[in-house]
Design a protein around this ligand. Sequence first.
Ligand code: APR
Ligand code: PHB
Length: 389
Amino acid sequence: MRTQVVIIGGGPSGLLLSQLLLKAGVETIVLERKTREYVLARIRAGILEQGMVNLLREADVADRLDREGFVHDGTLIASDNDTFRIDFAKSVGVPVVVYGQTEVTRDLYDAREATGGETVFEADDVCLHDVKSDAPYVTFRKDGRDQRIDCDYIAGCDGFHGVSRETIPKDVRQEFEKVYPFGWLGVLSETPPVDDELIYANSERGFALCSMRNANLSRYYVQCPLTDRVEDWSDDAFWEELKRRIPEKAADTLITGPTIEKSIAPLRSFVTEPMQWGRLFLCGDAAHIVPPTGAKGLNTAASDVHYLYHALKDHYLDNSDKGIETYSTRALARVWKAERFSWWMTNLLHRFPEQSGFDRRMQQADLAFLRDNEAAQQAMAENYVGLPY
Ligand code: APR
Ligand code: PHB
């Protein structure tokens, strides 16, 4: 087999890149390790920056998003019983859209199938070869049969546990990591959201977040020790803990119900440099991870896709390789700003086990400054809605 770009990974990064390239007339084959059903069963975050929305529109994959997404012009921040609002409209004039990543991925798969894009599911033992040459290729096994795809370029969109990042030699790669001393216990419930906007809460008992997917599907999180297991948390225990951490008014009006999903996720910040090696380009979680606090995971994958899509389009359509040569530098410049914001928001809103009295006062001063200072609110709003590509 031969194609122009092999995309490893059929998550949001790989699918969005493939759709954009297909529209530009660039041939791709997506190799996904799991089944479509498995990929679509993953529950992930649900905040889209305008940049991501624009890319989905450019890929002709935004019709359902435009119909069903919730446009949010602000978010609430609560600290103990003091709640204030970050007004995106007033501060930056740009909203975010609340629309589940699972739905984004579903829409991308539907579009790929409708446009005849080739996706190989259950592709085993994917290996990258000769990425430093002008003739890279990928091998994999499907239904017990070894296969090979020759190509011009490889996009490593295979997430944190994929094979692409490891293809870059250890002595070339520089990895930066911070592991946080707590996790997020998250639930989905078929109940109406507790508020029209998200509530990020820093309480004496720890962080909590009230989010949503639609008018009758809510997403809630509480910070929990890394030693906790999902089976330690009954629904009742979760709802009682959430009520202790969110503002009284929200706790009094919260509509609880049976959870339809419950999981614990660890929090980590991670970046690998460079994001390209020869004709291999890393994109999304394959190159970086953020703690979910700032909802930057999918949105930073989107900016990588933006840079890589334009680089490859310029190569094939305009015979210009400037984008290809500068992809890693350009992508990393925005990645590190998203990492900083996610780290800052995580430190602002969580209780750290070793937190000293002084650290707690610093956190309270940070929150008070954000509450009282327009410039601080503008800075947060600009980062939250998404810095420019
Ligand atoms: N071969 C083929 N496919 C692979 C391999 C492999 N060796 N390893 C992983 N994959 C697939 C996974 O099954 C997954 O479907 O690559 C895909 C990677 O998707 P994601 O992990 O979702 O990463 P990405 O597409 O970059 O999306 C980033 O997902 O994890 C969230 O918070 C993150 O919202 C962010 C978004
Ligand atoms: C979510 O809805 O899952 C969500 C929203 C905002 C975040 C993180 C997760 O910061």
